[in-house]
Design a protein around this ligand. Structure first.
Ligand code: SF4
Length: 361
């Protein structure tokens, strides 16, 4: 039985039943549960507050599942990228981005991705498989196990994969991340980023926690968006916009800036018209290498002008600073690198940026 794949509530029930069946006192159950996520261990033998004999039985009955760390790279700017391999096949990436007191961990929800956004390195790989709930949350748990890495303060689903395409497992992973008996990360500090899968958006909106929602927008007119993101043909922006109103909280739009494609004044005007009625905030991201070689990033000056246009139109806008370019930190790039597949060399994109960029997805 894999306790780490259960919600903390279900795991607490399973542990309580097990403790009773073994004739152990109830406080043992609380000790065991704490070692799953609150004070995680790599193996039961490390739970030294438990008797040796109990640790041996726990290891047999509830083996602790862990991924294998394939690569760990540290950028000159402090960004740390991990490539994990899970027994079920496929490798996935997660990136920790320190920024002042904030340590944002960008995690993956799938190995590869089925959505084929043309600017995205992961999109070019195609879809391999969904990650299970424990594989998603393990990316946080494993970082906590590293002695030299402080606990993440924020988690964003902006790594490999479309989280709402894997709703069943992401739903459970959200409980593991947020539950005080789990990894105990506040709901507002957990961001679910999606291309806008309407049926799963409705399910996410039904959850009572105030998770932060980010829409991968990248163009505010349907024709341009459809050229960049095939999903636009199935779930057009007008329908996604209606679906977003279910959340009754501010939504963030992610917008990768691509020269001559979505960075012109009329694109800014369309974005103002789209974002202002929702009171949405826009994050402008630099295009990272790894997607279609035909695409080029907008210049820093163009990004600044675009941001000014949005702000003048009453739309809150942040220019995100690219991080970890020296370690291929945009989603999908490290895995391409590890597999020896082609990538485009990263370019230094100037000094206009003010905050953190994680990836394109
Ligand atoms: Fe998939 Fe996100 Fe990349 Fe699009 S941007 S291909 S949804 S990982």
């Amino acid at each position: 039985m894999n306790l780490l794949d259960m919600t903390p509530e279900a795991a607490a029930g399973a542990v309580t039943d097990w403790v009773v069946a073994k004739g152990e006192p109830p406080y043992r159950g609380r000790q065991i549960l704490r070692r799953l996520w609150q004070r995680p261990i790599g193996a039961w033998r490390d739970a030294t507050e438990l008797p040796v004999r109990l640790r041996e039985v726990l290891a047999a009955d509830f083996p602790i599942q862990r991924p294998r760390l394939v690569t760990r790279q540290v950028s000159s700017d402090g960004t740390v990228k991990h490539l994990w391999a899970f027994g079920g096949g496929g490798s996935v990436e997660s990136v920790i981005i320190p920024e002042g007191r904030r340590r944002t961990l960008c995690i993956s929800s799938q190995a590869g991705c089925a959505f084929g956004c043309v600017f995205c390195a992961t999109g070019r790989m195609g879809f391999q498989r969904h990650l299970s709930a424990w594989e998603i949350s393990a990316q946080v748990r494993e970082v906590m196990l590293q002695m030299d890495t402080p606990r993440p303060t924020n988690v964003v689903f902006m790594g490999m994969g479309e989280p709402l395409h894997n709703w069943t497992n992401v739903d459970r992973a959200l409980s593991i991340l947020n539950d005080p008996r789990g990894l105990s990360i506040g709901a507002r500090r957990i961001t679910v980023s999606t291309v806008g899968l309407i049926p799963a958006l409705a399910k996410l909106a039904k959850r009572s926690e105030q998770f932060t929602i980010a829409l991968s927008l990248h163009a505010a007119d349907s024709d341009t968006r459809a050229r960049l993101m095939p999903v636009e043909r199935k779930y057009p922006l007008s329908d996604v916009l209606r679906a977003l109103t279910q959340f009754r909280r501010r939504v963030t739009f992610e917008y990768v800036m691509i020269a001559g494609v979505n960075d012109r004044p009329n694109d800014a005007e369309a974005l103002v018209s789209f974002a202002r009625p929702l009171g949405a905030h826009v994050n402008l991201l630099t295009l990272h290498p790894g997607g279609s070689p035909a695409l080029r990033p907008s210049t820093p000056d163009t990004m600044k002008r675009f941001a000014a246009h949005l702000r003048a139109g009453g739309v809150g806008t942040t220019l995100r600073r690219s991080r970890g370019l020296d370690i291929f930190a945009a989603c999908g790039q490290l895995r391409l690198e590890a597999e020896g597949r082609s990538h485009i060399e990263p370019e230094n994109d100037g000094d206009v940026q003010e905050e953190t960029a994680i990836g394109s997805g």
